[in-house]
Design a binder for this molecule. Structure first.
Ligand SMILES: Cc1cc2nc3c(=O)[nH]c(=O)nc-3n(C[C@H](O)[C@H](O)[C@H](O)COP(=O)(O)OP(=O)(O)OC[C@H]3O[C@@H](n4cnc5c(N)ncnc54)[C@H](O)[C@@H]3O)c2cc1C
Length: 456
C-alpha cells in the first residue's frame, strides 16, 4: 500500500487530528541517530485513547501494515525506529492520570504520561515512584514499561516492572486486555503481565498501567568519592557492599568519563579521578547515621570525598549525573553507548576491557553506570557521519557483547535489544531458549506486524 493511500484511509477512519500530515522526521529516530539508525514510515498516528489504539491495531492487522509503538523516543536501542514503513503509533495523547489514591499508595496512569509527571504526582501525595531512568521529562511510562527501564535507584528499589501491578494493552488482532490491577499479588495463570514488561513493543501496545507507590523517604544523603584508578574505585565499591550499608544508589564513573563530563561537576575534582557516587535514604536519623558510615567506608584510599548536605547541592549533584550521557556524547558529537551487565565481582574487568576494546578499534572509550547492579554504559565516541568510524564502533560493540557473555553477564541490563542488538541473544541463550522466545512472539503476534525486526 502506498504511503498516501495509508494516510488517506487512516484519516477517513480516525479523526484527522489523530493522523499527522506527512511523517515528521522526529518520529523516525531515537537516541541512536548518531549511530546511523534512521527509519522510514508511511504514517504517524496519535490515538486519543486506549479504544482508538486497539482500533488502529485492528486496522493495521487486517491490512498487514506494520505498527511501531512510540513513547518519548529516548531509547538507546533503536526500538522506536520504524525500520521499513508502516504506522508509527505515538502514545503521546494518552496522557491522563486515571486515578491517584495516595492513602492506598497507588495510581493508574496512561502510557503517554512522562516519567517526570508520574514521579511528581506521587511526590505531591508524599509518595515515591522509584524508577528513575534519565531523560525523565521526555520518556513516557509506556516506554519505561516496554523497556523495563532502570536508573540509579534501581539498586535499592528495583526496575520499573517491580512497581507495575497491572497493565492494560492492545494486542493483535486488535483487542484490549487487562492483566493484574490495583492489587499487589497475582499468581493466576502464566505471568502475561511480566511478558509485556520489557517486550519493547513487539507483543502489544501498553495503554495504561496500575502502579504501586511507596512513602517517600524523609531524607537522602549522597557521598561522592574519588580514586586513582579502576582497581581502587572497584575496591571501594566492594567495601560498600561488604559492610552491608543499605545504599539506595551505587554508581561509578571511570576516569575517562570524568574527563569528558567532570567540567560541570558541582565541586572541585582531583585530576584523573575514578568516581564512586553512593546514596543512602530513609528517616532523617537513619540518613545521618548511615551517611556518616558510608563516607567513612568510602574515604579509605580516596583522594577526595564530598558529602553534599543541602537539598540544592544534592539536586545539583544528581542533575550533573543525569547529564553525564549527554556530556560524553557532546565530546565528539556522537557515541555508541551500550548497557551490558556483568556479575558485580567482574565489574573491574569489564571497565578495563571496555578501554582496551576502544584502543583496539582506535576509538576513544569510557564507561560509567549502575555499579551495584553490575550495569555498565560502555561507550565509544564517534564523529557523526564518519562511516568508517561507525563500522569500527560496530566491531567494538560486538566485542563488548562477547565480553558480557564471557564474564557471565548479559548483553543488556537496561536499554533492551531493540534493533541494535539484533541477533545478540544467541551469545547467552541455548537454542531451545531462543526457540521459546520466538514462539512467544508468534503466539502474541502471528503476523509479525508489531515492531518488526526488534528484540530478536
Ligand atoms: C539521557 C538519557 C538517560 C537515560 N538513562 C536511562 C537509565 O538510567 N535507565 C534506563 O533504563 N534507560 C535510560 N535511558 C533510555 C530511555 O530513556 C529508556 O529506555 C526509556 O524508558 C524509554 O522510554 P521512551 O518513552 O522514550 O521510549 P521509546 O524510546 O519511545 O521506546 C522504547 C521502546 O519501547 C516501545 N514502546 C514505547 N512505548 C510503548 C507502549 N506504550 N507500548 C508498547 N511499547 C512501547 C518502543 O516500540 C521501543 O521499542 C536514558 C536515555 C537518555 C536519552
Amino acid at each position: 500500500m502506498a504511503s498516501a493511500t495509508i494516510q488517506n484511509e487512516l484519516r477517513a477512519r480516525f479523526r484527522s487530528e489523530a493522523v499527522l500530515d506527512d511523517v515528521p522526521p522526529s518520529y523516525l529516530r531515537d537516541e541512536t541517530e548518531t549511530r546511523g539508525l534512521c527509519g522510514r514510515a508511511d504514517a504517524v498516528v496519535r490515538p486519543r485513547d486506549a479504544e482508538q489504539v486497539a482500533e488502529l491495531l485492528a486496522w493495521c492487522y487486517e491490512r498487514e501494515v506494520p505498527i511501531v509503538p512510540r513513547g518519548g523516543g529516548t531509547g538507546y536501542a533503536g526500538g522506536a525506529v520504524p525500520l521499513d514503513g508502516g504506522v508509527v503509533l505515538s502514545l503521546e495523547r494518552l496522557d491522563r492520570v486515571r486515578s491517584f489514591e495516595p492513602l492506598l499508595w497507588r495510581m493508574q496512569v496512561e502510557a503517554g504520561v512522562t516519567t517526570a509527571r508520574v514521579r511528581s504526582t506521587a511526590q505531591e501525595g508524599g509518595l515515591l515512584f522509584p524508577p528513575d531512568p534519565g531523560a525523565a521529562e521526555q520518556s513516557q511510562l509506556g516506554g519505561n514499561i516496554a523497556t523495563n527501564a532502570g536508573g540509579p535507584h534501581a539498586y535499592k528499589y528495583g526496575v520499573t516492572g517491580a512497581w507495575v501491578t497491572g497493565l492494560e494493552a492492545a494486542v493483535p488482532p486488535g483487542e484490549l486486555i487487562s492483566l493484574g490491577g490495583p492489587f499487589r499479588k497475582d499468581v493466576a495463570g502464566y505471568d502475561l503481565k511480566s511478558l509485556l514488561i520489557g517486550s519493547e513493543g513487539t507483543l502489544g501496545v501498553i495503554t495504561a498501567a496500575w502502579l504501586r507507590l511507596t512513602p517517600a523517604p524523609e531524607a537522602a544523603a549522597p557521598v561522592v568519592s574519588c580514586y586513582e584508578g579502576t582497581a581502587a574505585g572497584c575496591a571501594a565499591l566492594e567495601r560498600v557492599l561488604g559492610t552491608g550499608i543499605p545504599v539506595a544508589a551505587l554508581e561509578y564513573l571511570d576516569a575517562a568519563t570524568v574527563g569528558y563530563a567532570g567540567g560541570s561537576f558541582p565541586g572541585e575534582l582531583p585530576p584523573d579521578a575514578f568516581i564512586v557516587l553512593a546514596e543512602v535514604d530513609g528517616s532523617r536519623e537513619e540518613v545521618d547515621r548511615l551517611g556518616a558510615e558510608l563516607a567513612e567506608v568510602l574515604a579509605e584510599d580516596a583522594s577526595a570525598v564530598f558529602s553534599p548536605a543541602e537539598p540544592s547541592e544534592i539536586a545539583a549533584l544528581w542533575r550533573w549525573r543525569d547529564g553525564v550521557s549527554i556530556a560524553v556524547g557532546a565530546a565528539r558529537g556522537g557515541k555508541a553507548s551500550e548497557d551490558i551487565v556483568v556479575p558485580f565481582d567482574r565489574l573491574g574487568e569489564a571497565i578495563e576491557e571496555t578501554l582496551e576494546i576502544g584502543r583496539r578499534h582506535r576509538l576513544p572509550a569510557c564507561s560509567w553506570g549502575h555499579a551495584g547492579d553490575g550495569n555498565l554504559h560502555s561507550t565509544f565516541l564517534l564523529v557523526p557521519g564518519d562511516e568508517e568510524e561507525l563500522d569500527r564502533s560496530r566491531a567494538a560493540t560486538e566485542e563488548l557483547f562477547a565480553l558480557a557473555a564471557r564474564l557471565g553477564g548479559s548483553i543488556s541490563g537496561e536499554h533492551g535489544v531493540g534493533r541494535l542488538k539484533r541477533g545478540q541473544l544467541a551469545r547467552q541463550w541455548q537454542p531451545r531458549a531462543l526457540a521459546l522466545h520466538a514462539a512467544i512472539k508468534r503466539a502474541w503476534d502471528p503476523k509479525g506486524l508489531l515492531n518488526p525486526g526488534k528484540k530478536e
